[in-house]
Write a protein that binds this ligand. Structure first.
Ligand code: NDP
Length: 324
């Protein structure tokens, strides 16, 4: 195959262009492994890249897409079934919305034996980030017996998988959403309680009534500040997103008066050992039936429009992209 189909972002005088194009294999970047991509997925960051809303893409032309699963076509280990999340894919290195990717072998995680490429991409960076957040809370000593955990941005990708994971591990999960119509969906994933996003978007107080022991926040800004102010003594908050804004209008009060910990989560440059552990845990600790029920499928030609929908906050759960 001299050319293959890909979603290509380019820079033009009037701004950014994005189109489904035939990409020449000889223009792939350096890498010791070529992967036949079977599935990708649409994350919030892909929406930012496709719409050009934030400067996610740092090389042009770029093939968009930060997540892939497929089969190794050429390397010293042909035939391996692999996953790649992040490492600059779709940002600095030609990405995943394409039939082929050439990447560094060190970036790959082997597909867990019981997962298909589609299963892995239904989880995607969103689900793998949710798992990293759960593992971070565990390292901070959070456990089901210590009290409830709140998940913000609950109906989004990170939020939905976080709820399913926490519920399966035995936590009482509080889901915060701006879409109260999704309450039944969130309870179906395992949320014990659903609260409205606006309860957490007002001006944050330094300390407020203690309501939960742990939190997974994909929203940031005033929401994260309010979550911190309502976290119980000795609790921990994993911050992984900025869907509500990049700022954090908080004070040191939750940290120095309640011993609350704020833990940062990064999936992109996360070290290989932690990734492998996250995918091992995703294989055992996630109810894949729940993920399947929250996942819809699109083709490469639908990716550009779906990118605009995820940025508009209109996507529920996860979208996989069938590549071949
Ligand atoms: P989604 O768009 O699927 O979910 C985001 C959710 O946040 C929405 O569904 C919505 O939930 C809520 N939300 C959206 N806009 C606002 C707003 N203005 N104020 C408050 N809540 C809002 O995205 P993902 O789940 O893929 O990603 C979530 C966040 O996590 C993003 O910011 C993303 O960049 C970040 N992320 C970070 C990673 C990392 O490595 N740290 C990896 C992956 C994602 P609801 O409708 O329920 O209120």
């Amino acid at each position: 195959m001299a050319t293959f189909k890909a979603i290509v972002i380019d820079k033009a005088e009037a701004g950014q262009t994005v189109r489904l194009a035939d990409f020449d294999e000889k223009d792939l970047m350096d890498g010791d492994v070529t992967v036949a991509v079977e599935y990708s997925t649409l994350n919030y960051k892909d929406g930012l890249a496709l719409t050009g809303k934030s400067p996610v893409v740092r090389r042009f032309p770029m093939i968009a897409g930060i997540d892939l699963a497929g089969t190794v076509e050429s390397s010293t280990h042909p035939g391996w079934r692999v996953i790649l999340n992040g490492w600059g894919l779709g940002e600095t290195h030609l990405g995943a919305f394409a039939e082929k990717a050439r990447v560094k072998g060190d970036w790959l995680v082997r597909l867990p034996a019981s997962m298909s490429a589609r299963d892995a991409m239904a989880i995607g960076t969103a689900g793998y980030t949710a798992m990293l957040a759960v593992m971070a809370l565990e390292r901070a000593g959070i456990a089901p017996a210590r009290g409830s955990v709140i998940v913000t941005g609950a109906a989004g990708g990170v939020g939905s998988v976080a709820i399913a994971l926490l519920a399966k591990l035995g936590y009482a999960v509080i889901a915060s959403t701006g879409r109260p119509a999704e309450a039944a969906y969130l309870k179906g994933l395992g949320a014990a309680e659903v609260i409205e996003r606006k309860e957490l978007t007002g001006p944050p107080r330094a300390l407020a009534k203690e309501r939960w022991t742990g939190a997974i926040d994909s929203v940031g800004s005033a929401t994260l500040a309010n979550v911190l102010s309502m976290t119980r003594y000795g609790g921990a908050v994993a911050a992984c997103g900025l869907a509500g804004g990049m700022d954090l209008p908080t004070s040191v009060a939750p940290f120095i008066l309640r011993g609350v910990s704020l833990i940062g989560i990064d999936s992109v440059m996360c070290p290989p050992a932690l990734r492998q552990e996250a995918w091992r845990r995703l294989e055992t600790d996630l109810d894949r039936g729940k993920i399947a029920a929250m996942t819809s499928e699109i083709g490469l030609a639908d990716v550009i429009a779906a990118g605009a929908r995820i940025i508009a906050g209109e996507v529920r759960g996860r979208i996989v992209v069938k590549i071949r």
